[in-house]
Design a protein around this ligand. Sequence first.
Ligand code: HEM
Length: 113
Amino acid sequence: MPHSTYLILHLTGLLFLALAIGGLVTSKTSDNAKTLKILHGVGLFLLLLGGFGMLARLSIGWPFPVWIFVKLFTWFVLGAFPAYQGKLKGNSDLIFAIILILTSIVMGVIKPF
Ligand code: HEM
């Protein structure tokens, strides 16, 4: 598959993840709760699929640059979102998720190190 296809998958994953996190913080008990958990998982999967696909197309191999490790770290912590959602003070879970997502976006666009 071409780079652009992996990029579309990657950005679709980002859309799903952000929608799921936004929904999870407000509707834990609603009918949407199960759908949001699935959306969270599918989003994470598409981010990884698109991310590694682009790495292959860009010929970026092992050892990966540091910005990829930063992205993988944010991916892991965002993957655990349902575990700490609602357990932090106030809306810190949502703010924490926004900071992680922004970090990953900056890493992907600027590739600083
Ligand atoms: C929370 C997780 C992530 C978010 C929100 C995210 C978001 C983004 C965004 C917005 C871009 C910019 C796309 C563009 O330049 O048009 C990007 C680029 C990229 N991401 Fe991610 N990403 C995440 C995780 C990952 C992971 C886990 C990997 C690798 C396994 C990865 C690999 C890449 C690569 C290789 C690019 C560069 C694409 C290019 O320059 O052509 N990302 N990411």
